[in-house]
Design a binder for this molecule. Structure first.
Ligand code: PEP
Ligand code: MG
Length: 573
């Protein structure tokens, strides 16, 4: 039995026979094209381009059907690549100037861009290279008149093992017999990982050499919770994982009965339990969960994968749809947090080679440089405010001045709308995310200017512990159980409560049932959770005693190391 540790990209357990996809090495030969045949060669390349466009149209239909509109934007990104001058201009130019065949001209152009991508330090951009190759490979296969091997032809249930999996392959997986996949390459933020989560397919990525260590027919276990691949496990290990799998399936079914029940501990402390909303496609399932509200509406999806910012009307429509769907329950709309790993194509971020994009021009810092974008978003939010209960939240706040600047802009937006005769709710609340240690430490100075605070643990942990949240080399140090994190959270809750302001938490820590007892003991008012974990967390809270958790937090704050905190939590009944 061999166990390989990688990056948990999409949760779940998959047990089955491996199907190893050999990397399709396409050997491209350099062929000299006689002068009188060059026009024809360029035409051949153009025909391949058209065929690739048709491929993308077909893929788009499939994505729309399976995943919805938001994910279909990935296809738009591929279309943009196909329309990029690298493809439309550079390749024909190479064919004509160098007198070479289209396949060779294309692969040379791709290789040149590959070298540029490799030099990039930013993981997000390096990951986008796979999109380029996805498109490039389709083009090459059309030129060589080869069909891309279809995963749909696999006729037995299996776990896919490959060097890499392109986003376009991932999109089709739901219609195949593949129950999970493991790849040598990939990171948590790749499109492939994001799609696997949406499709609810177990995935482990970044395994270095899994495709060389597994053979087709081997039995493998993918542990999408721990990021493990177990090759040829003994019968005991298989039995253990089968039990885990059966238990979690039965649990999922039994959780349904919790819908609509109050989120209250055994000793009567109630919590507001809300969901995070990352895209409009999740709206239906969030409503079906009977959540107490949306504690974090991440609006970035509106700004990514496009060259122009969304108009006020488009935004107002999106926010109104969410607010209406939630009826009288609150929807906290966060102004877009672009920057860091969420780089847009709007061309407004800092230099592309920012050494530390997570510490760069991100969130409210970026929008305060682009007041037009911020004001448009605030106006759109105000326009949606009459339809329900809306709150505004500012991301990445590190100084009081930033809050004051947003307040001023909000006033301006109100005045403008009023002058235009547009109605909106006057008393819309404004809150901040506590994601940066300076804001947590100086919270008392922020409180007079805000109506509520919501702790973004994803970032607060990364900045407190100096651990890049997407860097796989330091994931072992990224630690919600660190006593310093617990102390900081405690200080935020106490400081806010002392001034009568409520505190929510909306980072992934809310979606980890092992960490939730700490949040209960800290006495936060609300937790906003990723929809998939919502009922599980509700169940956890309903099984806890608030008083006992308060004592646990006191002990956790006295610990010197995370492992001690972890042990305390493991002993929690
Ligand atoms: C957070 O930082 O915890 C958070 C919820 O924001 P995001 O994950 O969008 O950065
Ligand atoms: Mg954040």
């Amino acid at each position: 039995m061999i166990v390989i540790k990688g990056i948990a990209a999409s949760p779940g357990i998959a047990i089955g026979k491996a199907y190893v996809v050999e990397d399709e090495d396409i050997v491209v030969e350099r062929i000299e094209i006689p002068k009188d045949k060059i026009r024809e060669e360029v035409r051949r390349f153009k025909t391949a381009q058209k065929a690739t466009h048709r491929d993308l149209d077909a893929a788009e239909l499939k994505v729309l059907k399976v995943l919805g509109k938001h994910h279909a934007k990935l296809i738009d990104a591929h279309r943009l690549i196909l329309k990029d001058s690298l493809i439309t201009h550079d390749v024909p130019k190479r064919i004509m100037e160098e007198g070479v065949n289209a396949e060779f001209a294309l692969s040379e152009a791709l290789e040149q861009v590959n070298r540029q991508f490799e030099r990039m330090e930013d993981e997000f951009f390096r990951e986008r290279r796979h999109d380029l190759f996805d498109v490039g490979k389709r083009l090459l296969l059309h030129l060589m008149r080869r069909q891309k091997r279809s995963l749909a032809d696999i006729d037995e249930e299996c776990v896919l093992i490959s060097r890499n999996l392109l986003p376009s392959d991932t999109l089709g997986l739901k219609e195949t017999k593949i129950i999970g996949f493991a790849t040598d390459l990939g990171g948590k933020t790749s499109h492939t990982a994001i799609l696997a989560q949406s499709l609810e397919i177990t995935a482990v990525v970044g395994l270095s050499d899994v495709s060389r260590r597994v053979r087709t027919g081997d039995t493998v276990i993918l542990d999408g919770e721990q990021g493990l691949v177990i090759i040829n496990p003994g019968p005991e290990t298989v039995a253990k994982y089968e039990k885990v799998q059966q238990r979690s399936e039965a649990e999922e079914r039994s959780l349904e009965t919790l819908k609509g029940l109050p989120t209250v501990t055994l000793d009567g402390r109630a919590f507001r339990l809300e969901a995070n909303l990352d895209s409009p496609e999740e709206l239906k399932s969030v409503v079906a969960l009977q959540v107490d509200g949306v504690g974090l509406f991440r609006t970035e999806y509106l700004f990514l994968n496009r060259a122009e910012a969304p108009s006020e009307d488009e935004q107002a429509k999106a926010y109104t749809a969410a607010v209406k769907a939630l009826e009288d329950r609150e929807v906290i709309i966060r102004t877009a947090d672009i920057g860091g790993d969420r780089l847009s194509m709007l061309g407004i971020e800092g230099p592309k080679n920012e050494t530390n994009p997570f510490m760069g021009l991100r969130g409210i810092r970026l929008f305060l440089r682009h007041l037009d974008l911020l004001k448009t978003q605030l106006r759109a939010i105000l326009r949606a405010s009459l339809k329900g209960k809306v709150r505004v939240m500012i991301p990445m706040v590190s100084a009081v001045g930033e809050v004051l600047a947003v307040r001023r802009l909000l006033e301006q937006a109100r005045a403008e709308l009023a002058a235009e005769g547009v109605t909106f709710k006057e008393d819309i609340e404004l809150g901040i995310m506590v994601e940066i240690p300076s804001t947590a430490i100086l919270l008392d100075a922020f409180l007079p200017h805000v109506d509520f605070v919501s702790i973004g643990t994803n970032d607060l942990i990364q900045y407190t512990l100096a651990v890049d949240r997407i860097n796989e080399n330091v994931t072992h140090l990224y630690d919600p159980y660190h006593p310093a994190v617990v102390r900081l959270l405690d200080s935020v809750v106490r400081t806010a409560h002392a001034k009568g302001k409520w505190v929510g938490v909306c980072g992934e820590m809310t979606s980890d049932p092992r960490a939730v007892p700490l949040l209960v003991g800290l006495g936060v008012d609300a937790m906003s959770i990723s929809p998939r974990m919502f009922l599980r967390v509700k169940q956890t809270i309903r099984g806890l005693k608030h008083d006992a958790m308060k004592r646990l937090v006191v002990k956790a704050m006295a610990c010197a190391e995370s492992d001690e905190v972890r042990r305390l939590l493991e002993q929690t009944p």
